[in-house]
Design a binder for this molecule. Structure first.
Ligand code: KIV
Length: 298
């Protein structure tokens, strides 16, 4: 019997996987960290081929993949399926699974049970949760069990109603100080990194300076240690209104629409499929087939 883990066994780094301590090393070296969201195997594969460091299977999936108007309805079962698809596609990047709303807020035990599912069933390398305060004990529980945790403060979409909507956070001196305190507390609780969403850039810069662990910004300026964008926003695939911090690197929706329109038109006018898209049959078998048909009531 061998005690060596099998390739890609949950909870053990697969060969070629970016080692988790390397994320902290990147901050120390001043190398910017690249994170992108992904929700299926092909996008995981593309993100890997493009050389990103971290893939977040965000609960933004509720909006960009599942068609909801907020992230709140995402369920653990849905997120597990999406995360497992991404981990099948991506080898080198660390895969961060977003714990959906309601799957960790109740208790440390609930958070642990949910995070364990993401590691065992979906092969996630790490998990992410939103908030500080009462969530600090969740971070301690998960890291104590050996599950690395990414924090997320600033605009936390799961609790956007409490924050007064999807708007920038930390814009007053008092709120900015609170963000610095939350970031330090998340670091002390054991987070390996923190997402800063929709935070004024000078505040994000001071948080980044104050922390030993890396910050990953989204709408938080260039001084964060890394950046994250949502797959569909970056590629121009999301029909909803994009926040001001989104940079669209491609506009794929019109290209895809044109391709599907061309397909529909060729099906309707009979130009697709052509001979080269079909399978042949020998003359002999075809003749036999016709003979056999003659004996059937067709
Ligand atoms: O769910 C998500 O995609 C996120 C990012 C916006 C950080 O949490």
């Amino acid at each position: 019997m061998t005690t060596r883990p099998r390739k890609g066994a949950p909870g053990t780094p697969a060969p070629g996987k970016l080692p988790l301590p390397e994320v902290a090393e990147m901050k120390r070296r001043g190398d910017r960290i690249v994170m992108i969201t992904a929700y299926d195997a092909p996008s995981g594969r593309i993100a890997d081929a493009a050389g990103v460091d971290l893939i977040l299977v965000g609960d933004s999936a509720a909006m960009v993949v599942l068609g909801h108007d907020s992230t709140v309805p995402a369920t653990t079962d849905e997120m597990i399926i999406l995360t497992r698809a991404v981990t099948r596609g991506a080898q080198r990047p660390l895969v961060v699974a977003d714990l959906p709303f309601g799957s960790y807020q109740v208790s440390d035990e609930q958070a642990l049970a949910t995070a364990i599912r993401f590691v065992k069933e979906a092969h996630a390398d790490t998990v992410k949760l939103e908030g500080a305060g009462p969530m600090l004990s969740r971070v301690r529980a998960l890291t104590g069990a050996g599950i690395p945790v990414m924090g997320h403060i600033g605009l936390t979409p799961q609790t956007a109603t409490m924050l007064g909507g999807f708007k920038a956070q930390g814009r007053s001196a008092a709120k900015a100080v609170q963000l610095v305190e939350d970031a330090l507390a998340l670091q002390a609780a054991g987070c390996f990194s923190i997402v800063l969403e929709a935070v004024p850039s000078p505040v994000a810069a001071r948080i980044t300076e104050a922390l030993e662990i890396p910050t990953i910004g989204i709408g938080a300026g260039a001084d964060c240690d890394g950046q994250v964008l949502v797959w569909h926003d970056l590629l121009g695939l999301y029909a909803g209104r994009a926040p001001r911090f989104v940079k669209q690197y491609a506009e794929l929706a019109p290209t895809i629409t044109a391709a599907v329109e061309e397909y529909a038109s060729e099906v309707r006018d009979g130009t697709f499929p052509e001979q080269k898209h079909t399978y042949a049959m020998s003359e002999e078998e075809l003749a036999q087939f016709e003979l056999s048909l003659a004996e059937l009531p067709v």
